[in-house]
Design a protein around this ligand. Structure first.
Ligand SMILES: *Cc1c(COP(=O)(O)O)cnc(C)c1O
Length: 409
């Protein structure tokens, strides 16, 4: 690992005022959207440091989400592996069962402070839609969630959840009728009425200011974890591991440790079934710099340079791009990005369930699988802190149907 040049990562230059992390990020949007994105940027920069905003958000995190989420020492798993000691940051215990509520509450509260009546967003598998619908219900905002018709059929339970929460699920029938078309439709709707609506992106992706804003709202995870881990062990963790789809839970954990040279960081991408057939979403491992959804990042591309189709067992990781800050952290070698395949993920899903009584989300199981892989190679005096980004209840039907026989269910 390179010596850390702290000046490369100071918050004041990450991103710069145009939203760039090195060559990545930025804001590549149609001219009509540009002033709207600038309005959100200006409002966010003004509001984020206001004591009343910080106080309100902190209160919601504590009394609604249930923060701080605990850190749990996975003793049985550690003993079974016979190497490094494994700890879990339990984001799965948040209200709604994952880390996404952290940035959804932030974005919804920002919308309210900006005087907006409605928040809108796209959703793929429905996890972001449900978290945002939850935040909207809590804060008394209207909520429109754009979702491809194919995804609506596939993720019907989440569609119903959003409706129960009072959100309006808008079906998108163009193109492949999945996430990409849903993003386009949501941006179009936003352009039609930017005065009463605010767009709320679901990860550290999209045009500036979203990668910065979502990171800031997620960084509570690492701030808590740093203090909790010190209290528990008297030291910083030797290794951090988190799964990377767009990259919000990973950057949420990493941010508080970026300057701690002795802390190694691993972002884990889905290797899917195979690198050869393209059934993976290992963007930082196999992608090339390119453009998607208004920003520049490592990108999996087809032969025409368009975003490639991706597919893994964890729908929350199925994104051909990745956050610009992760693209940058890869290039300066501050974070190492590795991949874990579907089979290793399912094994880890069962291993954690059976050793610790914790059923992880398939996304999070990618991070668990990587820790299982490296722990035996490390000494017993070493530690690994995993961001357990979500709980696995949502994945049980899928796992039973596809892998139940093989695992004796
Ligand atoms: C959505 C999701 C992810 C992936 O999103 P990131 O922005 O990469 O964190 C990971 N884990 C869970 C449980 C999710 O719901």
């Amino acid at each position: 690992m390179k010596k850390i040049d702290k000046s490369l990562m100071a918050n004041s230059v990450m991103p710069d005022e145009n939203g760039f992390f090195g060559e990545f990020g930025g804001r590549f949007v149609p001219p009509m959207l540009e002033p709207l994105m600038q309005e959100i940027t200006d409002a966010y920069i003004k509001i984020k440091d206001e004591p009343s905003f910080i106080q309100e958000l902190t209160d919601l995190q504590k009394h609604y989400t249930g923060r701080p989420s605990p850190i749990f020492y996975a003793e049985r798993l550690s003993n079974e592996l016979g190497g490094a000691q494994i700890y879990l940051k339990r984001e799965d215990l948040n209200h709604t069962g994952a880390h996404k509520i952290n940035h959804c509450l932030g974005e919804a509260l920002l919308a309210k402070k900006m005087g907006k009546k409605k928040i809108i967003a796209e959703t793929g598998a429905g996890q972001h839609g449900v978290a945002l619908a939850t935040a909207a219900a809590l804060l008394g905002l209207e909520c429109d969630i754009y979702m491809g018709e194919v995804d609506i059929k596939k993720e019907y339970l989440n569609v119903v959840r959003m409706r129960i929460l009072g959100a309006n699920v808008v079906p998108v029938a163009s193109g492949l009728k999945t996430l990409k078309e849903a993003v386009d439709a949501a941006f179009e709707a936003y352009l039609e009425d930017p005065v009463t609506q605010l767009y709320a992106i679901g990860s550290v992706v999209g045009p500036h200011p979203f990668p910065m804003m979502v990171r800031d709202f997620q960084s509570v995870v690492g701030v808590e974890a740093r203090e909790q881990f010190m209290d528990m062990t008297g030291k910083l963790p030797d290794n951090l591991v988190a799964c990377v789809g767009g990259g919000s839970n990973a950057i949420g954990l990493f941010t508080a440790f970026l300057y701690d040279e002795e802390v190694k960081m691993y972002g884990i991408e889905p290797a899917g079934t195979s690198f050869e057939t393209g059934n993976h979403a290992a963007t930082l491992t196999l992608g090339k710099p390119g453009m998607i959804h208004g920003f520049k990042c490592y990108l999996l591309q087809d032969e025409n340079g368009e975003p490639a189709a991706v597919n893994t067992v964890a729908s929350g990781l199925d994104y051909p791009g990745v956050g610009p800050q992760h693209s940058y952290l890869k290039d300066i070698e501050r974070v190492k990005y590795e991949s874990i395949n579907d089979k290793e993920t399912i094994d880890a899903f069962f291993t954690l369930s059976r050793t610790e009584g914790i059923i992880p989300a398939l996304e999070s199981a990618h991070a668990v699988a990587y820790a299982i892989k490296i722990a035996p190679q490390l000494g017993k005096d070493k530690t690994i802190l995993i961001n357990l980004s979500g709980r696995g209840d949502k994945d049980i039907d899928f796992v039973v149907e596809k892998y139940g026989k093989a695992y004796g269910l």
